[in-house]
Design a protein around this ligand. Structure first.
Ligand code: CTP
Length: 402
């Protein structure tokens, strides 16, 4: 943060007072901070406090001349290296997305070429409102960085999602996002191979044995690895997902074709994350022509190679991360699997739960390590879990290098 010029925009959420600590922490981290408030926000937290803590006059009114520094909204917008709105209300999010610029905050954020960060905070129902979600998604598409709000007790007296995360978490998120933008992501200079999707084992030219894997977890991990600066190779069985930006895409179908692709990259890879659901069996004699109707038929299946097991056996310096889908004894089976496959970490999912595992957007379970320790993964979005996995991988890599 040293020397960075940060604008903190404060809109009229009840959590506006927390932005004071955000400003203070940013300054302690070496940033220069200027605050822009909406007029409504001044009813919740005083500009005087923000002025004192930031060391600069606070910009609120477009039409009032500010004497202490050379400000029109354009000068302020050009000065910024980053613009973060803490808290971002439903109203301000809606206005930014609609291109409305009718006060100092919305005008300066529209005028700045700097990367933009929003920390939404509001009542749960407002946050879940499809209009707010649509606006956030559209801003995300436009390159805005959006922090997930926390869950917990809200000022309106209910418990739910929509809380402004703690200032420490906001500053650490902003710091990490800026590192990524500056090309200093957690996996800079590393090569990461991710497998994803469910393999397809052909019966004949038109039929296959498949599974319920959507590929969402692996794709989210590949997107996060690329975002954190890794050269990212995504070896994927067929899915209906878009290939994440900045990722080298290697399409495969069967377990054998996935093994061939993974093996060919393995020696030059720092990290392998096997998120694919690989079929344990394939059809012994695949029919060359489409099989015609008949009263009954028997398929003979033979065992597929265990790709991950093979990687574990010839591991040199690579860091190996496996996945396990379990319906019972999740931790115990995980502890066995992480050792048996010579892994550095196993993500063990409880797929018996409706909000974890195959074909849903959330996941939960454990990170299991070979030396007998583990961490609980609470239920979270797969995109959040992907970020947690990549963070864990970068920590394991750093510990390995020591
Ligand atoms: N895996 C693999 N090759 C296979 C089967 C699985 O590389 N033929 C990988 C998966 O990508 C995953 C991990 O191994 O990372 C899953 O391990 P596995 O032992 O297959 O666990 P389960 O699928 O949970 O099956 P089981 O408990 O029956 O062993």
């Amino acid at each position: 943060m040293e020397g960075k010029h940060i604008i903190v925009g404060v809109s009229a959420g009840i959590a506006a007072y927390k932005a004071i600590e955000v400003v203070s922490r940013l300054r302690k981290a070496g940033a220069e901070v200027k605050v822009v408030m909406t007029e409504h926000a001044t009813h919740i937290a005083t500009p005087l406090t923000f002025g004192e803590i930031s060391g600069h006059p606070v910009a609120i009114d477009m039409w009032e001349e500010i004497h202490n520094w050379n400000v029109e909204h354009i000068a302020l917008a050009t000065w910024a290296d980053a613009y973060i709105v803490v808290p971002a209300t439903a109203n301000v999010i809606g206005k930014i997305n609609a291109g409305i610029a009718d006060d100092m905050l919305t005008t300066t954020i529209m005028a700045t070429p700097a990367p933009k960060f929003l920390c939404p905070a509001m009542n749960s129902e407002m946050y879940k409102n499809p209009i707010v979600q649509r606006n956030l998604e559209s801003l995300r598409q436009l390159g805005y960085h959006i922090m997930e709000p926390a869950s917990g007790w809200l000022a309106c007296g209910v418990t739910g999602v929509g809380r402004l995360p703690e200032p420490e978490a906001i500053v650490s998120w902003l710091t990490q996002e800026l590192q990524v933008i500056d090309g200093n992501g957690l996996l800079k200079d590393k090569t990461v191979l991710v497998t994803a999707g469910g393999t397809q084992e052909y019966i004949d030219p038109v039929r296959y044995i498949g599974n319920h894997s959507s590929g969402k977890m692996g794709y989210a991990i590949a997107a996060e690895a690329a975002k954190q600066g890794a050269r990212t190779i995504l070896v994927s069985a067929p899915t209906s997902l878009d290939v994440p930006q900045g990722v080298e895409y290697i399409p495969v179908d069967s377990a054998e074709s996935m093994k061939a692709a993974v093996d060919s990259y393995y020696d030059n890879t720092d990290v392998v994350i096997m998120a694919a659901a690989v079929s344990d069996f394939r059809v012994a004699n695949k029919a060359e022509q489409k099989i015609k109707k008949m009263d009954s038929m028997t398929l003979e299946l033979v065992k597929n190679p265990d790709i991950l097991q093979g990687l574990g056996e010839r591991k040199k310096d690579q860091l190996l991360v496996g996945f396990a889908a379990e319906t019972e004894h999740v931790l115990a089976y995980g502890e066995d699997k992480v050792k048996r496959k010579n892994l550095d970490m196993l993500v063990a999912n409880d797929v018996s739960k409706s909000n974890a595992g195959f074909n849903v957007d959330t996941n939960e379970g454990y990170f299991v390590y070979p030396h007998g320790t583990s961490k609980v993964i609470p239920n979270m979005k797969k995109t959040e879990l992907a970020a947690a996995i990549i963070k864990e991988v970068s920590t394991l890599l750093r510990n390995k290098d020591k």
